[in-house]
Design a protein around this ligand. Structure first.
Ligand code: UDP
Ligand code: MG
Length: 322
């Protein structure tokens, strides 16, 4: 399809949804109100990321009334990044906007983002968090620590960054060329480059439901990754290495104390200390290598990022057939 094709909407809006059943109607209404006021033509793509509640039924009900709405249903919970990817791959618009489906990314911003894009100011318009809203303190500390670490390791500053973005078609096409399975949306959108500009917003409280990124969920996710696939032994080395390192520090201090108080056999201290330190460091390093091997293993399997089970909406059949 060329840009002149009348079937190409000006805007595609993509939102991932996981257990947001109660909020779907409000979300769709808010986005439609905004889009009807701003866009020449548009489509809204809702991706149900394997919800356990009635999210999919809600999406179908909305799609029955609104021809511009497309619903995609993943066959299970693949995670937000995969859901976003499913939506972006389906999007046909001359610009694609991604936002959360829990109204924490205010749709009222769409007008301004589109105006910036239309003016040709930039090909990517990013909504950045001016403040993080009423977020639990632990969340705030965790995310700050994560971004700090990410920045010191990669030199990329993602503080305040959100997944609320507008990408011009040219940027979307480049993004779609990225082959990796494990996608980190914010990071990869940064990586593709292009001119960019920012609009600020403050995060409102969730309208319904709750954030699914509790600490428990993160820990569970980590555990699933370790246990359900056979790269488990690789991961294990990291944890064993870490605990041995802690043990080494404790025992090391004890041995030093024995030495200084004259209760140790001569020469013995050095042997123990060296054993402990070298042992734990070697395990730690093996663990780090293991993490990377595990990542390579995941990529090399080349599994699709998601599996679709159903779709509803205007052009579903025509594109499913391709
Ligand atoms: N989400 C998803 N799959 C998941 C977890 C979340 O599609 O496995 C969606 C969720 O429905 C929401 C968005 O991703 O629209 C952001 O999730 P959430 O509000 O839980 O994250 P937070 O706002 O705490 O960053
Ligand atoms: Mg949220």
């Amino acid at each position: 399809m060329t840009p002149a094709d009348p079937r190409v909407p000006e805007l595609s809006v993509v939102a991932p949804l996981h257990d947001e059943g109660r909020g779907v109607a409000d979300f769709v209404r808010a986005v439609f109100t905004e889009l009807e006021a701003t866009a020449e033509s548009f489509e809204l793509i809702l991706v149900d990321d394997g919800s356990d509640d009635d999210t999919w039924d809600q999406i179908r009900a909305e799609a029955a009334q609104r021809p511009q709405l497309i619903g995609l249903r993943l066959s299970r919970n693949f995670g937000k990044e995969a859901a976003l990817c499913a939506g972006i791959e389906r999007a046909a618009g001359r610009a694609v906007i991604t936002l959360d489906g829990d109204l924490q990314h205010p749709p009222e911003l769409i007008g301004e983002m589109v105006a910036r894009w239309r003016s040709g100011e930039a090909r990517i318009v990013e909504a950045v968090k001016a403040d993080r809203g009423a977020e639990p303190l632990t969340h705030r500390i965790n995310s700050r620590a994560f971004y700090q670490l990410f920045r010191s390791l990669t030199g990329v500053d993602l503080r305040g960054a959100s997944d609320y973005k507008l990408l011009d078609r040219s940027a979307v096409d480049e993004w779609l060329r990225l082959p990796e399975r494990a996608l980190f949306y914010r990071g990869t959108v940064w990586w593709i480059g292009f001119s960019r500009t920012q609009v600020e917003f403050s995060v409102p409280e969730r309208a319904t439901g709750r954030s699914s990124w509790s600490l428990l969920r993160l820990v569970r996710l980590a555990l699933v990754a370790v246990t359900s696939f056979s790269s488990a032994p690789l991961q294990l080395a990291t944890f064993v290495g870490l605990s041995f390192f802690l043990l080494a520090v404790g025992l090391g201090l004890h041995t030093l104390y024995m030495k200084l108080s004259g209760a140790a056999l001569s020469g013995f201290t050095t042997v123990i200390l060296l054993q402990l330190i070298i042992g734990s460091l070697v395990l730690l390093c093996v663990g780090v290598v293991g993490q990377y091997v595990a990542r390579i293993y995941d990529e090399v399997k080349g599994r699709p990022r998601y599996v679709l089970s159903e779709s509803v909406g205007s052009d579903t059949r025509e594109r499913d057939a391709k």
